[in-house]
Design a protein around this ligand. Sequence first.
Ligand code: ADP
Ligand code: F6P
Length: 460
Amino acid sequence: MTARSSFVVVANRMPVDQVITETGREWQRSPGGLVTALHPVLAARGGTWVGWAGGVGDAPEPFEMEGVHLHPVPLTADDLERYYEGQSNATIWPLYHDAVETPTYRRRWREAYREVNARFAAAADEVSAHGATVWVQDYQLQLVPAMLRERRPDLKIGFFLHIPFPPIELFMQMPQRAEILHGLLGADLVGFQQRLAAQNFVRLARHLLGLRYSGHVIKVEDRQVKSRAFPISIDTTEMEQLAASPTVQARAKQIRAELGDPATVVLGVDRLDYTKGIELRLKAFRELLAEGRMAVPDTVMVQVATPSRERVEHYQTLRLRVEQEVGRINGDFGRVGMPAVHYLHQSYNRTELAALYVAADVMMVTPLRDGMNLVAKEYVAARGDSGGALLLSEFAGAASEMRQAFLVNPYDPEAVKEVLLKAATVEPAEARRRMRTMQRQLRTYDVNRWAHSFLNELGE
Ligand code: ADP
Ligand code: F6P
């Protein structure tokens, strides 16, 4: 019989990765902030994490790791295509990100989304003790709160959306709109990254379902559903310590040397996603080189673009466009052994990422829309020397908190170029002042605080 827990997290992905070692396959805790924040809460209460273990076919048997129960949910190849790649990442993802790419609507994807959400809800039911708290994460599982409440009215249910929540006009496009809204309203507390998103949600409940609300509380039959903002953050101490470690400091120096010791290193680190504004960043750099306002090898750019959702068409075409632009810049401005853009379509470990942050003079974070953007926060936390400059899109959730960044409208190419030049030539004293203010903020508002404020509001 499955052990039942008083605290359960339900997320599309499990917090562990399968790695191949000398002795065979092994699970390792994945390094993300969400896992770091929730691990102590889960471990203290013998909690359970319900999620997809990656891969298709039979799921591994439930197992335990570092005091946390892990309860894998299986996905078939068909689920992967229709629920994950289709409805989650070709319909909901673009729609919720201001439709920067056109969302695709398919009936068979919606059916799969419903079926897989029901599977997650059944798994959460199976592992939850009477009166347990269940915290559902993100846009892949928006139907789970109502499905779970239907099965288990005794549970306390929270939901957090990690990505933006769209304005009413855009949300209304979605054929499954009422079902999704009902799904979310199954929670007692719905959390968003931004205050505006939480307000949109409340207004949408009235607009679409005629529900009454007062402030941030929506009345749903005999229940109350709260809608509030909880901007997510990072494990600030962990990043500060990692970046200050001798290994990372030495590697950062080595990276700069390998790049030819340029005066300015410009860095981008993103999943290869069309919301991240990678192309506009490359274009700004190309134009500055063409106008002679920046020059190689004085300035070099490093763009890490982690492979992501590679079977989804929008991602395939984005990759072609980005790689064409990188090729064009290097063709026009590179020299033998001295490319203008070092493009890395790879995943890295935390140590290498931290070393890149320490090595970079300007970090370019230019999404067209982003729920938060943790890379921006990681860069600031990594700069214990208070050097470096963060160029940040106004359309990243992080911009609401990081007002001392070099903020820019990513839709304005001339502005991106001007701000890039400004960030690259900022006086060290001003750079330090900006960095320190942002670092103070990050030390207070870290991911622990995020998790605890959500759980407090939920009544934990
Ligand atoms: P998103 O959730 O949309 O991918 P975020 O910036 O919020 O964007 O979070 C991305 C996370 O993935 C960060 O914690 C970052 O350190 C990590 N990451 C980004 N690129 C890489 C990479 N190439 N290798 C390993 N981790 C990466
Ligand atoms: O932050 C949004 C998000 O989709 C998370 O839910 C997810 O873990 C991450 O980005 C990476 O995406 P994926 O799980 O599709 O690889």
